[in-house]
Design a protein around this ligand. Structure first.
Ligand code: HEM
Length: 467
């Protein structure tokens, strides 16, 4: 099937993919410009391609978003082969170590949640743009993990990084076509925002490189700081271990910096948008908020902050989070893969070097899996008749196979700790109940809600409680 070039990976392409999935089944191939691409649809085909044939379907194609930063094939998100395997293993190990024992991850997230809730309390029920606040706060969690410290929301370097990263995401919404027709980036007037992406990436890179340098210098001066727990020191320890044993390693300075940039980019908008989508769905289905409040008041109360230990006691909230992730599908086309060898799927041969687009919509919105109301927000679909959470294998917002999101555990912790504290403290109310904000997403690399304002009404009687 030959297709004309889409100028952006927007809503139209989502609807079109849905129609072709229905018409052609699990796999269809299309031309984006001159480039042949295979789109993967439905849970069984996803599992076949990305799990059973993972050994040959886990590379990445060249992508403009990566090339624009000018660091070659460094970093966990866009690298392939042995380099990716080592960067992935190292990052996974570090995040796992942070999530064990004293659970540094949960501690850092909770610390940030307190600041975030405080900021919303200060708004005294006036309209706020939840997207901005949430984005800033979530990116601070990555800072806290990467650097061992959070930043004040007014810190100029932090603000600059967050703003530039935000601009990269905004511009990326119109730049998908450059992946397939690279000459588009040279068109006059920066039509596809290639230059803007480049400039903002360079600004993110510059500030983060400075911070890494400072943290390392301080760490060398005070040995105590090395115990404060951060990604940089853990990375350096692993690099050192490899050298001691005499193992060849790609853990060098460039990969450290690029990993930090990658984790920032991959871990900010995804989580922040999921939280904001949840608020938006709640405005459209107020009865869900009432049930969340009832469950939280009964199981946690108002005297203490919710913790990860509360998760098992809050099945309804967990179902709301799952349903939010299913319906919002914040990374609708996942991240593109590339075959490293020819693979055979049923009667189809996919040649070596083919770009694969995982169409997660085709799984998360599949009526054959979720029922005829698959496009409707209904958390009850994740609860059994006794009110326990149902775990379904088709629930794959983090993708599946060896390239599955490396931040999944951290993201789940963030979503739970943010949303439980937010609903404990606030009643979220629409600014204009007769004119609810739009559910139409802005699609780029991620699916972001259209900007809106919301009122956060304080539910606590005693204002001195918790915050
Ligand atoms: C709701 C939150 C999130 C969602 C829905 C999500 C989803 C995804 C998806 C769909 C992929 C592509 C997987 C593939 O290529 O098959 C991915 C990759 C990735 N994610 Fe996430 N993600 C989330 C949060 C995070 C967080 C918090 C971090 C960082 C701490 C993170 C770091 C990464 C990285 C580094 C990759 C690339 C993995 C690789 O190439 O091996 N993500 N994520």
């Amino acid at each position: 099937m030959l297709v004309f070039l889409p100028l952006s990976m927007g809503d139209d392409i989502r609807a079109q993919f849905k129609a072709w999935h229905k018409q052609c089944g699990g796999l269809f191939s299309i031309y984006f410009g001159t480039k042949l691409v295979v789109v993967v649809n439905g849970f069984k085909t996803h599992r076949e391609v990305f799990v059973y044939k993972a050994a040959f379907s886990s590379d990445r194609p060249r992508m403009f978003l990566n090339e624009a930063i000018g660091m070659g094939e460094t970093g966990i998100v866009f690298s392939s082969g042995v380099i990716w395997k080592e960067l992935r293993y190292t990052t996974h190990q570090i995040l796992k170590e942070f999530g064990m024992g004293t659970n540094l991850l949960a501690e850092r997230i909770q610390e940030e949640v307190i600041c975030y809730v405080k900021k919303l309390v200060e708004m005294k029920g006036k309209p706020v743009d939840p997207q901005h606040f949430t984005y800033v706060s979530v990116s601070n969690i990555i800072c806290s993990i990467m650097f061992g410290r959070r930043f004040s929301y007014d810190d100029p370097r932090f603000k600059k990084t967050v703003d530039s990263l935000n601009r990269v995401s905004e511009c990326a919404r119109g730049a998908g076509a450059i992946n397939f027709l690279p000459f588009l980036k040279y068109l006059p007037g920066d039509m596809f925002k290639a230059k803007k992406i480049q400039l903002n990436w360079l600004s993110v890179k510059k500030v983060l490189a400075e911070i890494v340098f400072e943290i390392e210098r301080q760490g060398k001066i005070t040995a105590k700081k090395r115990n404060s727990g951060n990604y940089i020191f853990s990375y350096r320890d692993k690099q050192h271990e490899n050298k001691q044993i005499g193992n060849a390693t790609c853990l060098d300075d460039d990969n450290l910096l690029k990993n930090i940039i990658d984790l920032f980019a991959a871990g900010t908008e995804t989580v922040a948008s999921s939280i904001v989508w949840c608020l938006l769905f709640i405005l459209h289905t107020p009865s869900v908020q009432t049930k969340i409040h009832e469950e939280l008041d009964r199981e946690v109360g108002q005297e203490r902050q919710p913790t990860m230990e509360d998760q098992a006691r809050l099945p309804y909230l967990n179902a709301v989070i799952k349903e939010t992730q299913r319906l919002s599908n914040v990374v609708p086309f996942s991240v593109m893969h590339k075959t490293s060898e020819e693979i055979k799927i049923g009667d189809f041969i996919i040649p070596k070097g083919t770009t694969l687009i995982p169409n997660l919509d085709s799984v998360l919105h599949d009526p054959e899996v979720w029922g005829s109301d698959a496009e409707i927000f209904n958390p009850d679909r994740f609860l059994d008749k006794d009110g326990n959470v149902i775990h379904r294998e088709e629930f794959i917002p983090y993708s599946l196979g060896p390239r599955i999101c490396v931040g999944e555990a951290m993201a789940k912790m963030e979503l739970f700790l943010f949303l439980s504290s937010m609903f404990q403290r606030f009643q979220f109310v629409a600014k204009d109940s007769k004119n609810l904000p739009s559910l139409k997403p802005n699609i780029g690399f991620t699916s972001v809600p259209t900007a809106f304002e919301i009122l956060c009404v304080d539910r606590f009687k005693k204002t001195e409680a918790l915050v």
